[in-house]
Ligand binder design. Structure first.
Ligand code: FAD
Length: 380
């Protein structure tokens, strides 16, 4: 009987298990999750959970009904691809096929001061308890997470300061010109752009220019790193994530990777991408299930293997607005900004050859499908 092990117990793991069973897989299925929980959804953590509208975000996942042996509180600690074994902090887990779905971990900054992050349910509940009226909350990074934390902290009556190294919010993801469109939304926040943090110290944040910013609560939102530490020495090809091809296969036979931990080759984008967003994890997991069952390690019949190469998509809810982005733009692409309706700005990126590569819309939900279709057709 075939034995599939999934390392990681988040969205991608849950989706992969459901897809495997839906596809008729009747072998053994084991999921290893470092957290003490069954898989849950992360987007609500920085939105409804921080806002106090809900206390958890379970995913529809019933291990018993799916015939999954869910091992919560068990961390994978190493991988032997030749011996076909995942080492864990509670013994070895042999596998015939393996799916890596260990997600990502927040980047932390230097310093001895307390810094909160928002990755897990516990993180969100701990931060929520600290968002009290009058609290001085310093957010580092005007990022997707930073904006959502600022929204919740502002609504809770906190004094919110945000320290951002770039000249505009979200400029790493969107570029300075498009990021600047979002700056007015931060009007209730002491947003300090071009401001570099040196360290987080007890009682506040030390800036690179020597100044300090006092804080009751410091939240670090400067991005994540793929959770690949446990794979060191495995021989897998790893860069900014576990390298996989368009079939989600790693460099080791029968070992696939999906979601935030995977850096996949995208024929559509002509580059390797690590898409650390919700849509990606779910869609990739469904494809991975089919590849695992089709062989996963089998190079014969490669042309029949399913391909995962959708147009990337994500959304963010911030300052009472829905921001949606679809596509993948290169910093060298041209961007055309549409502010004809100042409440609903949009941006469209084109390659130097004029091909649409990405679209961003604010409260323009009805336009998303059209934008996605145009980008998909242009990059097919
Ligand atoms: P994860 O959900 O991170 O799951 C990985 C799991 O593996 C974790 O439970 C982790 O503890 C476990 N793990 C790690 N290492 C090990 C190990 N060695 N052994 C065993 N288990 C391990 N995306 C959007 O598109 N829109 C949004 O609005 C949005 N909001 C977000 C808000 C927050 C606060 C966060 C954190 C993410 C948000 N995302 C959003 C991103 C989205 O949630 C992720 O892309 C998605 O969760 C990735 O799923 P995953 O299964 O790859 O990883």
């Amino acid at each position: 009987m075939m034995r599939i092990v999934v390392a990681g117990a988040g969205l991608a793991a849950a989706r992969a298990c459901s897809a495997l069973r839906r596809s008729g897989f009747d072998g053994e299925l084991v999921v290893l999750g470092a957290e003490p929980h069954a898989p849950y959804d992360r987007p609500p953590l920085s939105k409804a959970v921080l806002a106090g509208e809900r206390d958890d975000a379970p995913l529809p996942f019933d291990p018993e009904a799916l015939g999954v042996r869910l091992r919560t509180g068990v961390a994978a600690t190493g991988l032997d691809v030749t011996g076909r074994v995942v080492h864990t902090d509670e013994g070895d887990e042999p596998f015939d096929r393996l799916l890596l779905a260990t997600g990502a971990e927040p980047i932390r900054l230097p310093g001895d001061g307390e810094q909160l992050t928002v990755r897990t349910l516990e993180d969100a509940l701990a931060l929520r308890a600290r968002l009290t009226a009058g609290a001085r909350v310093v957010i580092i990074g005007a990022s997707w997470i930073g904006a959502e934390v600022a929204t919740a902290a502002g609504a809770a009556g906190c004094h919110v300061t945000c320290l951002e190294a770039s000249p505009a919010p979200l400029s790493a993801a969107l570029g300075t010109e498009v990021g600047a469109l979002l700056t007015p939304w931060w009007s209730g926040v002491d947003l300090r752009l071009d401001t570099t943090v040196a360290s987080i110290d007890p009682g506040g944040v030390q800036l690179a220019d020597g100044a300090s910013v006092p804080a009751d609560v410091v939240v670090t939102g400067v991005g994540v790193r793929p959770a690949t530490g446990w794979l060191s020495g495995s021989g897998l090809e790893i860069g900014n994530g576990v390298h996989v091809d368009e079939h989600l296969r790693t460099s080791a036979p029968g070992v696939l990777a999906v979601g935030d931990v995977a850096a996949r080759w995208s024929p559509r984008c002509g580059t390797r991408v690590r898409v650390e967003h919700w849509d990606e994890a779910g869609a990739a997991a469904s494809v991975a299930a089919r590849v695992l069952l089709a062989g996963g390690d089998d190079t014969t019949g490669e042309q029949d293997l399913p391909v995962h190469d959708p147009v990337p998509y994500f959304w963010s809810d911030q300052f009472g607005r829905k921001v949606q982005y679809v596509g993948h733009h290169d910093p060298a692409d041209d961007v055309e900004i549409d502010t004809s309706d100042p409440d609903k700005p949009a941006a469209r990126w084109h390659s130097p050859a004029g091909r649409p590569t990405a679209w961003l819309g604010v409260n323009r939900m009805k336009e998303l499908a059209g934008a996605r279709k145009a980008i998909a057709q242009a990059s097919a």
